[in-house]
Design a protein. Structure first.
Length: 369
């Protein structure tokens, strides 16, 4: 795109640094540090890809320099699950019942009102960290300690356990108008940790349901104030209709927006997000009508001795990419959150079942000892 790029990261060995024109040793969640970087570099736009907490730093920095982006209030509402669900309720956005627990005393005072099963999760984390299903009152204490341990502020939220098909909605909001680029079907481990293990586009739900999902997602992003920014919205289609899970004021991770959106629609969502940050109107016109899918791989518990089969997986028809998240010598464990996954296979095809089958065939060829 002909842009000069500076990157900020606390890790001087971060993989993106050699690709950038300038590097700043600053944590993306250190608001004063990112504001200092912005003052020094004087960029025309600031963005991240698919991480939640840096949005607070970005909002502060774009506000400081008068650049396109969300407000600091919106950044809080889109990264703190308590502030988020309060905004949903205030704007009549379909969402689960909830209780906010700032300490053990709140748990003791509220627990008699819970109905089971319910979901407990930290207010300020992502990637399924600290999310757990609670099936009865006897599990509350252990679940609370688990969720609280994954919260930066030590705060937890308890919510209705919603059952039904789970999807995500990939959106870019430009000048107050939400543009829905794709609806993504989601595969998770289910209870108790609900870790995402696969995604595919376009969604295979009925168009009547998709219309309600697109409408809910569009209303939800506006309810928290998202504008001139991408959004990733998670929704469950319950027996009572679609209800919000949560959203982020950034692109979806898990290769959804970097790979699946261009595979299925032809829209380069990363480029569009960069353009939005620069105040340039993106082109939201689809140029493809295909299918994209990704499937993730877990492993046995232990130290990884060898990983084989990546090249064979890449030879499977319709497979586009194979990514490894762990290497020989790394420790593997049960999948409790997204960081525990070992690999993924991505595919593009003319139909979703064909793309999903290609992913699975590729995974079957990867052998981890």
């Amino acid at each position: 795109m002909g842009l000069n790029v500076a990157v900020a990261d606390y890790n001087p060995n971060a993989v993106g640094i050699p690709c950038a024109d300038k590097y700043y040793n600053a944590s993306t969640i250190d608001i004063p540090a990112i504001c200092a970087v912005a003052r020094d570099y004087q960029p025309d736009g600031i963005m991240t890809l698919a991480t939640d907490m840096p949005m607070r730093s970005i909002a502060a920095a774009t506000t400081l320099l008068g650049l396109p982006g969300i407000s600091e209030e919106t950044a809080l509402k889109s990264t703190d699950k308590y502030e988020m669900i309060k905004a949903f309720k205030a704007n009549n956005i379909e969402s689960p019942w909830y209780y906010y627990l700032k300490d053990q005393a709140d748990l003791s005072s509220c627990c008699s009102a819970f109905t089971y099963p319910c979901v407990m999760k930290p207010t300020d984390n992502a990637g399924s960290r600290g999310v757990v299903l609670v099936t009865d009152a006897s599990e509350l204490t252990d679940a609370y300690q688990y969720s609280r341990s994954q919260s930066r502020a030590g705060h937890v939220i308890v919510e209705e356990y919603m059952q039904g098909k789970e999807v995500s909605v990939e959106i870019i909001v430009y000048q107050g108008v939400p543009h829905v680029l794709a609806v993504t079907d989601k595969l998770t481990t289910g209870a108790p940790y609900f870790v995402e293990m696969g995604h595919s586009q376009p969604s295979q739900l009925a168009e009547t349901d998709l219309a309600r999902i697109r409408d809910l997602a569009s209303r939800a992003v506006l309810a928290v104030g998202i504008d001139n920014c991408p959004a990733h919205v998670e929704i469950i289609l319950t027996a009572d209709g679609p209800k919000m899970v949560e959203l982020g004021a950034r692109m979806g991770g898990d290769c959804i927006t970097t790979h699946l959106v261009p595979y299925s629609t032809g829209i380069d969502m990363v480029k569009a997000a960069i353009e939005i940050s620069l105040g340039i109107e993106p082109d939201f016109t689809p140029t493809l009508h295909k299918a994209g899918a990704v499937r993730f791989l877990g492993s046995d518990i232990g130290v990884i001795r060898s990983i084989e089969g990546k090249e064979k997986a890449l030879q499977v028809p319709n497979v586009k990419s194979v990514q490894m998240f762990k290497q020989e010598g790394d420790v593997a464990q049960c999948v409790h959150n997204s960081l525990d996954r070992v690999a993924c296979v991505l595919a593009q095809a003319d139909a979703v079942p064909v793309a999903v089958e290609a992913c699975q065939k590729g995974l079957d060829l990867i052998e981890i000892k």
